[in-house]
Design a protein around this ligand. Structure first.
Ligand SMILES: Nc1ncnc2c1ncn2[C@@H]1O[C@H](COP(=O)(O)OP(=O)(O)O)[C@@H](O)[C@H]1O
Ligand SMILES: [Mg+2]
Length: 426
């Protein structure tokens, strides 16, 4: 990082990173804009080649550092080597875990982007680690010891947005009793993380764009601009390009924010990581809950290895914490949250199950296999019945003409809790 500082030429009006940023903005404008006319395209191309000439005139030393950082990833490296190499370069992972090639690629891009001031846009489904990645970028940059301010753009009411982001002067509106700093000023010299940027209303987008272009903010109720030096990392679980096409997101803001564009893969595309993540969060939960790491029944482990995790890593982590809290020594299917249990594959007539099956454990004798299969069938019958009866044991007893207390005994035997089935259909 120090070397980078020294490499910015004192006499040069704009740093290497600054030029690269401009070239990247021009390139992404040229690449993605559908509305450019030919003269405009030519003007942008001329600008871009002028900037390239400027780069070429920079001394070897000035260019060297970033060029070394931008060295292409060798495709033949194993995930282990990539991770080791990152570790050797003192990369700060901030608790990011995983060996999936797509994740490591994202981390390597983050590593290269971190020491620059280039804006980064991170997209990916909810729970894929976008916020964590933003912290990684901050922690590996020259601003690591400066503020990191996180703003959830989707959680601020429209009428408060401007004041939240840019601050206000006393008396600017009813209730503005004091001067107040906005998030941008709080993040001065540091990083601002704009989460759920796709939720920002168009009026807020215009204001944000102005700040990005001028690097100045104006508090609500003030005419005086204040310079802010803030690195921007934005995240979204929406497809911003599609929002641009639909007219819901400004294209020019999209180019500004996505100079570096990172996409985090959903967990279902990196299922190879699930066993490792289960272990990792199992240990973490054990420490947090001051217990021994929970063991998992084979069928639970099987299920968790194949579950589709619509909530991605956040969902997996929550499940592990839940079962670590609820289970004794060994967790089983009954410790899963009700909505996840509802996705358990329905058993076939033979008690075997399909993908991710909870099938009878492999038995060493025929009679054992029969008993296991019968147990499975009994359990599946009860679960389905309870589901249909809305979790009411009395109703299930009536429907299948069984003694209610016998039914309770069976439910207990299988660790089925009727209340887990109460709100499944609502
Ligand atoms: N690769 C990872 N390694 C370890 N923990 C992760 C990883 N990705 C996400 N997490 C954890 O999962 C949870 C959700 O991550 P978060 O960054 O908030 O996701 P997003 O912002 O995409 O919704 C957090 O507790 C985070 O620490
Ligand atoms: Mg998030």
């Amino acid at each position: 990082m120090k070397i980078l500082d020294q490499s910015t030429h004192a006499g040069s009006p704009i740093s290497y990173a600054g030029i690269i940023e401009r070239i990247e903005i021009l390139r992404s404008t040229l690449r993605w804009s559908t509305k450019l006319e030919r003269p405009e395209i030519e003007r942008l191309l001329r600008q871009s080649s002028a900037l390239r000439d400027e780069v070429m005139r920079m001394s070897f030393k000035e260019r060297f550092v970033t060029a070394a950082a931008a060295e292409p990833t060798r495709a033949d490296r194993s995930p282990g080597e990539c991770r080791r190499a990152l570790l050797e370069r003192s990369f700060v992972f901030e608790g990011t875990f995983g060996d999936n090639p797509k994740l490591l690629e994202a981390l390597e891009i983050a590593e290269k982007a971190a020491p620059t001031d280039l804006p980064v846009l991170i997209d990916g489904e909810s729970g894929t680690g976008k916020e964590l990645m933003a912290r990684v970028i901050h922690a590996n940059g020259v601003r690591a010891d400066k503020p990191y301010i996180s703003v959830n753009c989707g959680a601020i009411p429209d009428n408060l947005l401007e004041s939240e982001l840019f601050g206000h002067r006393k008396g600017a509106f009813t209730g503005a009793f004091h001067d107040r700093k906005g998030k941008f000023e709080s993040a001065h010299r540091g990083t601002i993380f704009l989460d759920e940027i796709g939720e920002l209303p168009l009026s807020g987008q215009v204001k944000l764009l102005r700040v990005l272009e001028s690097r100045e903010i104006q508090r609500v109720g003030s005419d005086e601009p204040t310079a802010v030096d803030t690195r921007i990392v934005a995240a979204t679980n929406k497809n911003l390009r599609r929002l641009c096409d639909e007219g819901k997101f400004r294209e020019d803001l999209f180019y500004r924010l996505s100079v570096i564009h990172l996409t985090l893969p959903p967990l279902r595309e990196r299922k190879d990581e699930i066993p490792l993540l289960l272990e990792y969060f199992g240990d973490e939960a054990a420490e947090a809950l001051k217990r021994r790491p929970v063991k998992m029944a084979r069928r639970l482990r099987e299920f968790l290895s194949h579950h589709s995790y619509p909530g991605n890593i956040r969902e997996l982590r929550n499940i592990v914490y839940r079962i670590s809290c609820l289970a004794g020594d060994t967790a089983d299917l009954e410790h899963l949250p009700a909505d996840v249990r509802a996705t358990l594959p329905a058993p076939t007539a033979h008690g075997a199950t399909g993908k991710g099956g909870t099938g009878a454990p492999s038995a060493s004798s025929l009679s054992e296999a029969k008993r296991a299969a019968s147990d499975e069938a009994e359990k599946a019958f009860l679960e389905r019945g309870l589901q249909d009866a809305g979790g009411m044991v009395a109703e299930l007893a009536r429907r299948c003409d069984m003694n209610r207390s016998h039914l309770q005994v069976l439910l207990k035997k299988h660790g089925i809790r009727s209340k887990d089935f109460r709100n499944l259909n609502s």
